[in-house]
Each structure stands twice: as structure tokens, then as C-alpha cells.
Write a protein that binds this ligand. Structure first.
Ligand SMILES: Nc1ncnc2c1ncn2[C@@H]1O[C@H](COP(=O)(O)OP(=O)(O)OP(=O)(O)O)[C@@H](O)[C@H]1O
Ligand SMILES: [Mg+2]
Length: 395
């Protein structure tokens, strides 16, 4: 009697405990159903269950999907072979982990990170598959947006680079036009001499007063002049060779290289160039491009002299060292740059000259060359007599 009542009490306890556990289990199931993306299929891959969380993310109700296969959720971007591979993996290793792009009932795409496993019953028999997962659409959207942004930034940067290249090219062409003017100028005098000599010789022939020695002397002079003409062409050619190569040169070598081209023109306009070279440091830099910058600054001085009809027009060139830099200053007595324009002279297309006389790219191009290619500094300020341009380069 005692035993029976004891075992009855035990059974009651067991029952209570069982009810308690069932209640807890239901609670867990409810929690999982609400918050976790879960689906189950039978042995043939037909859906037997989806959680409420899966209903929410897919837009389908349980009723609409039970009995269907996962092909229902396939996004057109996800190839059919993706599922064939997935099933193959499941059949062989019994688990599958990965990311999948699905299509909601309303057509929108969403991404899931999934873990799929083989289900076994208590006797170890295969009973279909269950999958759990979470929605990673936000992460993927963020990745797509980042990629798009990166692409947009890259295309903008490329556009910008192209634009700068085009501007430099435009400025180079303008400078070449200028060069041709200077060549013409430098050729005029020797050509006139050749013409004069040849007409003397022609006259001698006509007058029949041909003297061998005199003839030879004149012919030699013509030869020398022709040689000079050819050298001038070489100078100009060397100047405009498109070498993006670095070289080594002192400020003196660079400045004299530019003056070789422009000084004859400056001299005919009675412009004096005074130079003091205090720094003889070798600069390892884009020498050809720097010579173009110096030429630009000289040309601007020449322009201001002729525009303002300056008397005793002079350009002072000075090279000097400042700490770990070597500098070149080019100053003129052309009256300077109006204060309100000082901040604009390096802007692209800024010019106070008539369209035919200036593109407004000279100083913009010069600043790009010095600061971006050569890692230096190009600045302008006014002095008592005119404008002063300073080029600072690292040694
Ligand atoms: N030495 C100077 N004295 C006074 N003003 C100057 C001097 N150098 C430049 N400027 C001013 O700066 C402007 C811009 O010069 P920049 O060399 O960039 O263009 P530009 O000479 O007008 O045309 P280009 O492209 O043919 O050189 C000039 O139009 C001029 O107003
Ligand atoms: Mg200019």
C-alpha cells in the first residue's frame, strides 16, 4: 500500500515535470518560430515547415509553401546549378553552409546565410533536411553600395585626370605656337644674312668679277649660318620632346636652357635679364618640364612689359638655397599683379589678356608641374617693382 501510493506520487511528479518541460519546449519553439529563419523538408526536398520569421522575410505564408520545393524562392540571378551543387553536398557530407540570393513573393531580392543539415529520427534513419539562417540583405546592400561608390569615385578620378591631361595638352599646343613665333624670329636675321651674301655673290658673277678666295669665304659664312639655323631647330626640338623622364640639373642649367630659346626675343624688345646663381645644387627632377615653367614665367614678364610699355624692362633671376630646398626667383619690373587677382592667377583659364594672346593655362600648368609632378612649391607675390615668382624644389 505504502509502495503503491509512493509510486503514484512519483508518477504525478513525473507528469508535472513532463508538462513543465513540454511548456518550456513550446515556448522555445515559439521563440525560434518568431525570430529565426527555419525551414524543413522531407526526404525528397518538399517543404514541410517554415518559421514565422521565414514567412516574414520571404513574403510567403506557411500555407503557400508547404508541399513546394525551394525552387519557389530562387532568384533569377542564382543559377539552377547552385541548387544542384547544394543537394550534391548535402547528399555526400550531410551539411551545407553558404549564402544564397532569393526572391521575395513581391519580386524583391534578399540574401540569407544558411546552415542546412541532414535530419535523423531516433533510430538514425534519414528524415529530410532542416535549414536555419539569418537575413544578411543589409550587409550585402552595404557591400553593393560600397562597390558602386568605389566605382563612381574611380570614374570621377579618371575623368579628372583626363581633363587635366587635356588642359596640359592644350597649354602645350599654345606654347608650341609661341615657340614657332620665336623660331621665326631667330631665323629671320641669319636668313637675311644668307640672302644678302648670296646676292653679293650673284652680283659678282654678273659683273664677271669672280674672285676665288672671296667666294670661298662667303660660301663658308653661308655654311656657318645654315649650321646655326639647324642648331636653333635642335634646341626647340629638344625643348618639346615629350620626355617624362627625370634628369639632373642645377638651377643655372635649367634657366640658361630656357633663356637660350627666349633671350633673343627678349633682346629685340630691349629686355635685360640679370642672373645671380647662388645655389649649385643638382636637382633630380623633370628637367624638361621645369624649363617649360621658367619659359612660361619669362613669357608672362615679356607680355606685361609690352602691354604697359615699360622702360628699362628687366628680369632678375636668382637661385638660392633655403633649408633642404633649392629655390629660383624670377622678378620683373612690370608693376606687379593687381592685388585682387593674386589669388586667381594660378586658376585654369584665368587670363587678363585677349583671347588670341592668352589661354590662361600657363601658370596653372606651371603649378601642376611644380607641385604635383615635382613635389615642390610655386608662389607669386608683388614686390616694389613688379611680380616675383618663386619656385621651391626639394634637393
Ligand atoms: N609677371 C606678371 N606680371 C603681372 N601679371 C601677371 C604676370 N604673370 C602673370 N600675370 C597675370 O596672370 C594671368 C595668368 O597668367 P597665365 O600665364 O596663367 O595665363 P596667360 O599668360 O594669360 O595665358 P597663357 O596661357 O598664354 O600663358 C595673366 O593673364 C596676367 O594677368
Ligand atoms: Mg602666360
Amino acid at each position: 500500500m505504502k509502495r503503491t501510493s509512493h509510486s503514484l506520487i512519483m508518477d504525478q511528479d513525473l507528469l508535472d515535470e513532463l508538462m513543465e518541460q513540454t511548456h518550456l519546449l513550446n515556448h522555445y519553439k515559439e521563440m525560434i518560430d518568431k525570430n529565426t529563419i527555419v525551414s524543413m523538408t522531407d526526404e525528397s526536398g518538399f517543404i514541410t515547415y517554415i518559421s514565422e520569421a521565414f514567412e516574414k522575410v520571404s513574403g510567403y505564408s506557411k500555407r503557400e509553401v508547404i508541399g513546394r520545393t525551394h525552387a519557389l524562392f530562387r532568384h533569377p540571378d542564382t543559377p539552377k546549378s547552385f541548387y544542384t551543387d547544394m543537394w550534391h553536398t548535402l547528399k555526400t557530407v550531410q551539411v551545407w553552409d553558404g549564402e544564397v540570393k532569393n526572391k521575395r513573393k513581391d519580386g524583391e531580392a534578399y540574401w540569407l546565410r544558411l546552415h542546412i543539415e541532414y535530419n535523423k529520427d531516433s533510430k538514425g534513419n534519414f528524415r529530410g533536411y532542416s535549414a536555419t539562417g539569418h537575413d544578411i540583405s543589409n550587409k550585402i546592400h552595404l557591400e553593393i553600395m560600397t562597390k558602386e561608390l568605389e566605382y563612381r569615385v574611380a570614374t570621377e578620378v579618371e575623368k579628372n585626370r583626363l581633363q587635366t591631361t587635356q588642359m596640359l595638352e592644350q597649354s602645350r599646343l599654345a606654347q608650341m605656337g609661341e615657340m614657332i613665333r620665336m623660331i621665326a624670329h631667330q631665323w629671320r636675321q641669319p636668313l637675311a644674312s644668307i640672302a644678302a651674301i648670296s646676292s653679293t655673290l650673284t652680283l659678282d658673277v654678273i659683273m664677271d668679277s669672280y674672285k676665288k678666295e672671296f667666294f670661298e669665304e662667303r660660301l663658308e659664312a653661308i655654311g656657318d649660318l645654315a649650321q646655326h639655323l639647324s642648331l636653333t631647330i635642335d634646341d626647340f626640338r629638344g625643348f618639346f620632346k615629350e620626355t617624362k623622364k627625370k634628369g639632373a640639373a642645377t638651377w643655372e642649367m635649367l634657366t640658361e636652357g630656357s633663356l637660350k630659346i627666349i633671350e633673343p626675343t627678349l633682346q629685340t624688345h630691349s629686355i635685360t635679364v640679370e642672373r645671380i646663381y647662388e645655389s649649385d645644387k643638382l636637382l633630380h627632377t623633370y628637367t624638361n618640364e621645369i624649363r617649360q615653367v621658367i619659359l612660361n614665367i619669362f613669357k608672362n614678364a615679356e607680355d606685361v612689359f609690352s602691354e604697359k610699355k615699360i622702360k628699362n624692362a628687366t628680369i632678375w633671376v636668382r637661385s638660392y638655397q633655403k633649408g633642404s630646398t633649392a629655390c629660383l626667383s624670377i622678378e620683373d619690373n612690370g608693376g606687379g599683379i593687381p592685388k585682387e587677382l593674386l589669388s586667381k592667377v594660378f586658376d585654369p583659364y584665368f587670363s587678363t589678356k585677349e583671347k588670341k594672346d592668352g589661354t590662361g593655362l600657363g601658370l596653372y600648368m606651371s603649378k601642376t608641374i611644380i607641385e604635383e609632378h615635382c613635389k615642390g612649391k610655386l608662389t607669386a607675390h608683388n614686390t616694389e617693382r613688379g611680380a616675383l615668382f618663386e619656385i621651391v624644389l626639394p634637393i
